[in-house]
Design a protein around this ligand. Structure first.
Ligand code: 13P
Length: 249
């Protein structure tokens, strides 16, 4: 269960939320938990999460190791701040900041090289879904953004995928469990064909887009949904915790 806090939460708010999350009873043999704060609160989060099983991620990074890239952050900087993962190719990065599959592919490769696990986001817009282009879009996002990076590596250990239909992000319109399952299965098959069967089976595929306490259970019941990437509902301890503890409901 991965929390994408986007551009939210001050230092104080981060402290309050993480105090509550780390103090809660969670069976970490049943669920892996990760939070992705903004860059300015990563170090605080790292300090507060020390000694817990909760993982830390960046929300973006540059593909270069260092240099004249004003406003950017490098893979090693994220590692130094305590991150094990990094979210890449989020639809907000694609649409608002013009990131292409090619750019995202460079980032995916750089993350893996640096020993970070990319959480690679893919997903179609409403126009693409209405135009029956969902699978074409997903296929080309996978083809172009997962290129070369992992063939020589153990894919399930190296990459996490997140299917986030753009029309469901922040809109309250969750994909139905069947709609999500259909795409997750497609992704798993694509991985099986383009890497190998075990990669397809072993890789974690998260669903993201208006995940809430009242819909997590039905999403998690789908055979190819392994977890969730949660935006709005991860900003409050009560809703984030009830999503994390989906296995109880
Ligand atoms: P919401 O859960 O707010 O729809 O955001 C989803 C998301 O973009 C997670 O990366």
């Amino acid at each position: 269960m991965a929390a994408n806090w986007k551009m939210n939460l001050s230092l104080d708010e981060t402290g309050d939320l993480l105090e509550r999350v780390r103090g809660a009873e969670v069976d970490f043999t049943k669920v892996d938990v990760l939070v992705a704060p903004p860059f300015t609160t990563l170090q605080l989060a790292n300090r507060l999460l020390a000694g817990t099983d909760i993982l830390l991620a960046g929300q973006n990074m540059h593909w270069e190791g260092k240099g004249a890239f004003t406003g950017e952050i490098s893979p090693l900087m994220l590692k130094e701040a305590g991150c094990s993962h990094v979210i890449l190719g989020h639809s907000e990065r694609r649409t608002l900041f013009f990131e292409t599959n090619e750019i995202i592919n460079r980032k995916v490769n750089a993350a893996i090289e640096a020993g970070l696990i990319p959480i690679l986001c893919i997903g179609e817009t409403l126009k693409e879904r209405d135009g029956k282009k969902t699978f074409d879009v997903i296929r080309s996002q996978l083809n172009e953004s997962l290129k070369t990076s992992c063939q020589r590596r153990d894919l399930p250990e190296s990459v996490v995928l997140a299917y986030e239909p753009v029309w469901s992000i922040g809109t309250g319109k969750t994909a139905t469990p069947e709609q999500a399952q259909e795409v997750h299965l497609f992704v798993r098959r694509w991985l099986g064909e383009n890497f190998d069967h075990d990669s397809g089976q072993g890789i974690r595929i998260l669903y993201g887009g208006s995940v809430r306490p009242d819909n997590i259970k039905e999403l998690m019941l789908q055979p190819d949904i392994d977890g969730a990437l949660i935006g709005g509902a991860s900003l409050r301890a009560d809703s984030f915790l009830s999503i994390i503890r989906f296995y109880k409901g």
